[in-house]
Write a protein that binds this ligand. Structure first.
Ligand code: PLP
Length: 404
């Protein structure tokens, strides 16, 4: 049962005030809030069994190791991953992408091609540009239309035997578009290219199945799925992870070290140099348990209702334009009002206790495409309410009256 009242009680932060008004938190695409179940796990870790993992013979270290590895299994099960060693715990999506991009140095040659979509987050553009600079490979862009939908016909034309890698987000953080990644993956595989999907924005709304997607790499950040910051997952197919050279050297990632030569540890440890975010990993597992107990189908259904309601109400405001009108989208609304700067609208909303994001949302190429400096972005989560949407709409109307 989807019990909104109970759910809201789980999030202590939702009870606070901002500028004397009840907080309305609509910046969920930047980071989600944390339920007390996850906060409790963090307090429990530091209160009762804080220790380094995989090294100690002592009890605390064994308890911490067991909990950390249990979290890895929770993550494995959630994403339907075949083997636990295919789950690399990272510091987040950005880390996961850089890990793969750096490893690919070994496999790319001058003249090879990498395709990225036109609606990527900077963290899924810059590492590939750096990779191209190092290897001489060429970056090509899969274009989109005015609704913010990728043009699959053009994508197919870009694919060739020169294509070695394809990168695309599952859901666009700036537009909310849910991309047809099944088709993107299948077509890339036909020319022998590997695919990395940035799942950072999809994970809070869609339970992605790594085996049925047959994706090569998939990255997420825990802090967008009710978990803490500084931890995330990189999924990779075992055979690819075996071939990929390690990204960082250090403790934990070695089998044997002499000054002449080092051999690397088995997966996943080869990619997990140094002391990881142990508490964060355990809390990440708990966040997935929390969301699964509510159920991703119920979450998606409710968020879709919020999206439809908010879209209808916001469009009643004269001069308001929504960017990102794809047929399939998550509960994200990017908008502008004729003649007004997004930052000014965002500042007035903050005075009213409403948290939205303004700016380019780490996706400048999208803003260039629409020829705008940025947008106001309201992004919804399953703990938001229609009453909060009404407060937003009234706030935007008020900002418009004040600024025009
Ligand atoms: C948030 C986000 C990222 C970056 O995630 P970090 O946690 O900052 O590493 C990458 N891609 C998309 C689509 C995002 O929404």
């Amino acid at each position: 049962m989807f019990d909104l009242k109970q759910i809201r009680k789980d999030f202590p932060i939702l009870a606070r005030e901002v500028n004397g008004k009840p907080l309305v938190y609509f910046d969920n695409a930047a980071t989600s809030q944390t339920p007390k179940q996850v906060i409790d796990v963090i307090v429990d870790y530091y209160s009762n069994y804080n220790a380094n993992i995989h090294r100690g013979v002592h009890t605390l270290s064994q308890e911490a190791t067991d909990m950390y590895e249990q979290a890895r299994q929770t993550i494995q099960k959630h994403f339907n991953i075949a083997k636990a060693q295919e789950v690399i715990l990272t510091s987040g999506t950005t880390h996961g992408i850089n890990l793969v991009a750096n490893g690919y140095d070994a496999f790319l040659n001058d003249g090879d091609e990498i395709l990225v979509s036109a609606m990527e987050h900077h963290s899924n553009i810059v590492p590939w540009q750096m990779l191209c600079e190092r290897t001489g490979a060429k970056l090509k862009v899969i274009p989109m239309n005015e609704k913010g939908e990728l043009l699959l016909g053009e994508y197919h034309d870009l694919l060739s035997e020169k294509t070695k890698l394809v990168f695309c987000n599952h859901v666009s953080n700036a537009l909310g578009t849910i991309n047809p990644i099944e088709k993107i993956i299948e077509s890339a595989h036909k020319v022998g290219a590997a695919v990395l999907i940035d799942g950072a924005q999809a994970a809070p709304h869609i339970k992605a199945d790594m085996q049925s997607l047959n994706v090569d790499f998939y990255t997420v950040s825990a802090h967008k799925i009710c978990g803490p910051t500084g931890v995330g997952m990189l999924y990779g197919k075992e055979e690819l992870l075996q071939k990929l050279p390690p990204y960082q050297g250090g403790g934990e990632m070695i089998a044997e070290v002499t000054f002449e030569k080092t051999t690397y540890a088995d997966l996943p440890h080869k990619f997990e140099a140094g002391t990881p975010n142990i508490c964060g990993g355990i809390a990440f597992g708990e966040a997935l348990n929390y969301m699964n107990a509510i159920g991703f189908d119920a979450i998606a259904k409710y968020e879709h209702e919020l999206l439809e309601y908010a879209t209808e109400k916001l469009l009643e405001i004269e001069g308001l334009k929504i960017y990102g009108t794809a047929a399939h989208k998550t509960a994200v609304i990017s908008f502008n009002i004729d003649g007004l700067h997004p930052y000014d609208i965002g500042s007035i909303l903050d005075k009213l206790g409403i948290a939205v994001r303004t700016g380019h949302h780490c996706a400048q190429p999208i803003m260039d495409f629409f020829k705008i400096p940025g947008t106001v972005r309201a992004s919804f989560s399953f703990y938001n309410t229609t009453e909060e949407v009404d407060i937003l709409v009234a706030g935007v109307q008020r900002a418009k009256n004040m600024l025009q």
